[in-house]
Design a protein around this ligand. Sequence first.
Ligand code: PGA
Length: 246
Amino acid sequence: MRTPLVVGNWKMNGSLSDNLSLLQKLTSQWQAAAVEMAVCPPAVYLAQAQALLAGTSIQLGAQDASQHSSGAYTGECSVAMLQEFGCQFVIIGHSERRQYHAESDQLVAEKCLAIKASGLTPIVCVGESLAEREGGATLAVIQRQVQAVLDHVGSEQLAGVVIAYEPIWAIGTGLTASPEQAQEVHAAIRQQLQALGASTRILYGGSVKAGNAKELFAMADIDGALVGGASLIAEDFLAIGTAAAQ
Ligand code: PGA
């Protein structure tokens, strides 16, 4: 039995006052015990979010972490630092990091190992571009991204990892993979993970909204969502969480 998980990726959005209002709405209204909910604010707001989420059932995550434990890495945060602020999840390998920060499959795998070693849960993002999908390369691209993590971390160490399938062409575009398109990739990822696959949560991400969440969650291998834009609106994020409970 895989408990559904719905994670909000705030990206580079928010302010002290916006976060306060959003988190107050989420914590006062979220009720469904059968679903895990988490938010991933920008790192500078982790202390604020930690304080506001204390004692609630909404968990906290970060949007990235360094593969290193400390040292001369300007601008980076280590996993231990994120842990001090109550993070349970760390998103890694988001396509925006792969694209704008040239993060490679190998680097994502190293980050995954560092996060697992600290006892936090990595949310490893994978996804194909539109050109790759149109060229028939979707499953090969996803397999390559997943395999890099499997090879580096080892399947035993990977237990508890979360995978997020986010087709790049669906992120922030309003285009969503159809439930069938997403299911095909999720099933392939689960198969690739072999014995680990049955217990691994595989989230879908890419323009998930209150209006399309339910049909996505109805698919056998979709265990929740990584939500960008809609996670900034309390009513929408709560509705997506509620859809995961049904
Ligand atoms: P979106 O972003 O929901 O705004 O498409 C999803 C993501 O990039 O994680």
